[in-house]
Design a protein around this ligand. Structure first.
Ligand code: PBG
Ligand code: ZN
Length: 323
């Protein structure tokens, strides 16, 4: 038999496989999430996320140095305040933990792209992403607070703000507030699609942001839906989102692909804390090879359409793909 086309020819050597591969990863597409807590001289392990740490603003440059050297796309800051209250007032304090962190970073690493998480759950005593009235999350009053938070981060020097609250209309409210304060060039990387996922568990422990009553199902999305994700994305883009986020990562590749195919803005996938914790735990037990599964996961997310990958493995991935 004379077989003319032989797929295996393209698999002949690593060099040919690399040349012909349909998906390429580069350090510039990775964003590394960093937890910053109030205090001095602190670097502490996060038990639910082995290998990840909480830094105080003064020790933060140590990890930023690695981020800058590895030439990743940027870092995403989550602030953990000392003081929490009903409305999350520490979140927009000009001298708050994340504002301090942003100022220090911009001073020491002016070329490193800094993204500030805009949400209230780390800052509220009840742990919800919005303000509460009669046991319910109040959407519109929350928008005003989120806008204040975004402006305070832009003022501290953030290049991008990333609202993760899932309030309706958050992007329009934040865009209007930023423009009003002359921050027209500050980007909004909006969590257009964020599911009410059980994969956020380790993060909530890391950031101390677990809801003290109820859950987030009234504002985050139902894991059974995909068309809802397209409606949310359409709204966020119309409201002025520069970059959109689909979250979590691996369990939602179908959603990511659909969003990417239907819209024309840069699309980020957030490989969340639960995905990281699973990979860490299985590799710590010797059941899976950490480097191989982390790389394969990243390739899968890129193959599904992510232009940007937010991952706790960002620094490792950047190093692995370089070698
Ligand atoms: C809070 C927020 C969460 C994550 C990012 N921002 C958790 C939540 O919604 O409870 C999850 C990130 C992760 O699990 O890595 N708005
Ligand atoms: Zn939140």
């Amino acid at each position: 038999m004379n077989i003319i086309y032989r797929p295996r020819r393209l698999r002949k050597s690593q060099a040919i496989r690399d040349m012909a591969s349909e998906t390429k990863l580069s350090p510039s597409m990775f964003v590394y999430p960093v937890f910053i807590r109030e205090g001095k001289n602190i670097i502490e392990e996060i038990p639910s996320m082995p290998g990840q740490k909480r830094y105080s603003p003064d020790t933060l440059p140590r990890v930023l140095e690695r981020a800058a050297e590895s030439k990743i796309g940027g870092v995403l800051f989550f602030g953990i305040p000392e003081h929490k209250d009903e409305c999350g007032s520490s979140a927009w304090n000009e001298d708050g933990v994340i504002q301090q962190a942003i100022r220090i970073s911009k001073k020491e690493f002016p070329d490193l792209t800094i993204i500030g998480d805009v949400c209230l759950c780390e800052y509220t005593s009840h742990g919800h992403c919005g303000v509460i009235h009669d046991g319910k999350i109040e959407n519109d009053p929350t928008l005003e607070i989120l806008s204040r938070v975004a402006v305070s981060q832009a003022r501290a020097g953030a290049d991008i703000v990333a609202p993760s609250d899932m309030m309706d209309g958050h992007t329009a409210a934040i865009r209007t507030a930023l423009d009003h304060e002359k921050f027209q060039d500050t980007l909004i990387m909006s969590y257009a699609v964020k599911y009410a996922s059980a994969f956020y568990g380790p993060f909530r422990e890391a950031a101390g942001s677990a809801p003290q009553f109820g859950d987030r199902k009234t504002y985050q999305m139902d894991p059974r839906n995909v068309r809802e994700a397209l409606r949310e994305t359409a709204l966020d883009i119309e409201e002025g989102a520069d970059i959109i986020i689909v979250k979590p990562g691996l369990p939602y590749l179908d959603v990511l692909k659909s969003v990417k195919e239907n819209f024309f803005v840069p699309t980020a996938s957030y490989s969340v804390s639960g995905e990281y914790a699973m990979m860490k735990a299985a590799s710590a037990n010797g059941w899976l090879n950490e480097k191989n599964i982390a790389l394969e996961s990243a390739y899968s997310i890129a193959r599904a359409g992510a232009d940007i990958i937010i991952s706790y493995y960002a620094l490792d991935l950047a190093e692995w793909i370089r070698n």
